[in-house]
Design a protein around this ligand. Sequence first.
Ligand code: GRF
Length: 214
Amino acid sequence: MKKPPVRNRAKAPPKNAPKKIQKVPIAILISGRGSNMRALIEACARPDYPAEIVLVLSNRPDAPGLEVAEEAGLKTLVIEHKPFGTDREAHEREIDAALQASGAMLVVLAGYMRVLTPWLVNAWEDRMLNIHPSLLPAFPGLHTHEAALKAGAKEHGCTVHLVTSGVDEGPILGQASVPVLDTDTPETLAARVLEQEHLLYPDVLEMICDVFAK
Ligand code: GRF
């Protein structure tokens, strides 16, 4: 007798079950304490957040952020720049190989303190984000809080932008601002801006991942 065909009937999910979403694999590059990375780790832990961290990569073996990432159970990797001397591109080719191997679709710079060569920037064109502690185009480069105070700025803040070969010049994806107080020192201003960075970066990344997932 012919057996009736086996039917794999998918069970309907329970009515209030959280919707499973497709997460975009991302890699984070750090050089230091990694507080922005921590904010992204916390966001990515949300089931409805559209990104998952597949690699945290540092150019410095002593970056405190590495421990934070490891505690969160993330895959970490150190590719030091020193052994490559002045051959920046050779260093970046190793980084790129690790990024490709990780399956990351987006690269998120979070306090990665090396200026990238056009080679790596082009390899990740439109797929690499950075956060900068000023309201770009004002105050590119380092020491932005000192510069804002010195210039008598009434408003300061942070910017998330796409990375292009011009340092801190890529298209702006989002900004958050804080008022500059008469009593501010570079440290107090930096602390208030950093609070905003931790809110802005996860928000902008969410928006970009939503676009990628479509
Ligand atoms: C942040 O101020 C970020 O805007 C800049 O470098 C700093 C990194 O801080 N690019 P952290 O390592 O994320 O704490």
